[in-house]
Write a protein that binds this ligand. Structure first.
Ligand code: A3P
Length: 322
C-alpha cells in the first residue's frame, strides 16, 4: 500500500512552497527575533545529513575536549539545544508521547519555566554562556544578520545517502509511518513533498556563502573520510585552540561506534516505533557513504542522477556519492 506523505501537521509556506511542520509560521517570528549570542555556534543542516554527529562534535570540542565533563551523559537534545524543538512539541500531540525524561531534563535546565510552551527558545534563553544551537531552517529563514554576529556550521551530505537515510526515518516515526516503497519516497522527495523540502535552496544558500568567514561548510563524506582533518579545520574556525590530543579525543568520542554505544540521542521519547526502529539499526543506523546502492533500483538511480544534474545548476557542489 502506497501512502503519500504527512497528511496533517504540516504547512506549505508560499511563495516558495516550503513544506514545514505546521507551527513553523508562528515559530519563525520567534527565531527572527531570537537573541543569538556572539559566541553561539549555530549548526544548520537539512535533516539526515549528519546533524547529530556534528552536534556531538561541536559540543565535545567546546565543552568536553578532555572527555571528563560529567554533563556529557545528559541527553544531547538538552546539552545542545535545538531551536526547532518547539515545532516538534507542537506538531506531535503531547499526550501521545512519553516525554517525561526529556521534560525532566529540560525542567532542570529552565527552572520555573513552563516548558510545554515554547520550550526550545525558553530553554535556550535559560542556558548560560556559550551554546551549540541546532536548526534545520535554511539560512534564508534565519535572521538576515546571523552571519555578521555568530558562527554557523553547515553540514551537507550527498543527496542519495541523505534521502536513503530519510526514507528509513520516515518509516519509523509514529506520526508518519511511511508505508510506501523507496522509489515512491524518492519521487515524493524530488516533488518536494517530504517535510523540510525543497532541498536545493537549503543547500545552495549555504554553498553560496561558503567563503564567508563566519560559515564553515562541511561535507559528511569528508568528515567520514578524515574526521581529524575536518575537526582540525573546525578548531581553526571556532578558534577553540585544541591540542592534537584533544582533537584525537573528539574524533574518538564522536565516532559512529562510540556514539552508537551511548544510545539514541532521544531515547524512548515516543517519537519512534522503537521496535521497528531497532530492526533497521536505530538512530545510528549505518553511518556510511554509499548505502544508497543497497536500496536504489537502477531506474531510480538514473532518475536521481537526472534530478541532481538539473538542480545542481552552476553551483557545482562537489558531492561524493561513494
Ligand atoms: P544513516 O541513516 O545513513 O545511518 P541526522 O543526525 O542529520 O538526522 O543524520 C542521521 C544520519 O547520520 C544517520 O545516517 C546516522 O547513522 C548518521 N550518523 C550519526 N552519527 C554518526 C557518526 N558518528 N558517524 C557517521 N554517521 C553518523
Amino acid at each position: 500500500e502506497e501512502q503519500s506523505t504527512f497528511t496533517h501537521g504540516v504547512v506549505r509556506i508560499f511563495p516558495d512552497g516550503l513544506l514545514y511542520p505546521g507551527t513553523t509560521p508562528r515559530f519563525l517570528n520567534r527565531i527572527q527575533s531570537f537573541k543569538f549570542r556572539p559566541n553561539d555556534v549555530i549548526l544548520i543542516t537539512f535533516p539526515k545529513s549528519g546533524t547529530t554527529w556534528m552536534q556531538e562534535i561541536l559540543w565535545t570540542m567546546l565543552f568536553n575536549p578532555n572527555l571528563d565533563n560529567p554533563q556529557a551523559t545528559q541527553l544531547l537534545l538538552v546539552r545542545s539545544a535545538s531551536i526547532s524543538v518547539d515545532m516538534m512539541f507542537d506538531t506531535v500531540k503531547l499526550e501521545e508521547l512519553n516525554l517525561e525524561s526529556m521534560y525532566e531534563a529540560l525542567k532542570k535546565l529552565c527552572p520555573g519555566k513552563n516548558v510545554e510552551d515554547g520550550v526550545g527558545v525558553q530553554c535556550l534563553d535559560a542556558m548560560p554562556g556559550q551554546r551549540v544551537i541546532k536548526c534545520h531552517y535554511p539560512l534564508d529563514l534565519m535572521p538576515p544578520d546571523l552571519l555578521d554576529k555568530t558562527k554557523v556550521v553547515y553540514v551537507a551530505r550527498n543527496p542519495k545517502d541523505m534521502v536513503g537515510s530519510y526514507y528509513h526515518f520516515y518509516k519509523v516515526i509514529k506520526k508518519i509511518y511511511y508505508k510506501g516503497s523507496m522509489d515512491t519516497f524518492m519521487k515524493l522527495f524530488m516533488d518536494k513533498d517530504v517535510v523540510f523540502c525543497p532541498y536545493w535552496p537549503h543547500i545552495k544558500q549555504a554553498w553560496q556563502k561558503r567563503n564567508h568567514p563566519n560559515l564553515q561548510f562541511v561535507f559528511y563524506e569528508d568528515l567520514k573520510a578524515d574526521p581529524q582533518e575536518e575537526i582540525r579545520k573546525l578548531n581553526q574556525f571556532l578558534a577553540t585552540g585544541l591540542t592534537e590530543q584533544q582533537l584525537k579525543n573528539v574524533v574518538h568520542h564522536t565516532s559512529f561506534s562510540s556514539m552508537k554505544s551511548r544510545g539514541d540521542p532521544m531515547p524512548d521519547n515516543g517519537l519512534y516505533n522503537q521496535e521497528l526502529h531497532q530492526t533497521t539499526g536505530g538512530f545510528y543506523r549505518k553511518g556510511v557513504i554509499g548505502d544508497w546502492k543497497n536500496h536504489f533500483s537502477q531506474e531510480l538511480n538514473q532518475e536521481m542522477d537526472k534530478w541532481i544534474k538539473e538542480n545542481i545548476g552552476d553551483s557545482s557542489i562537489p558531492f561524493k556519492m561513494d
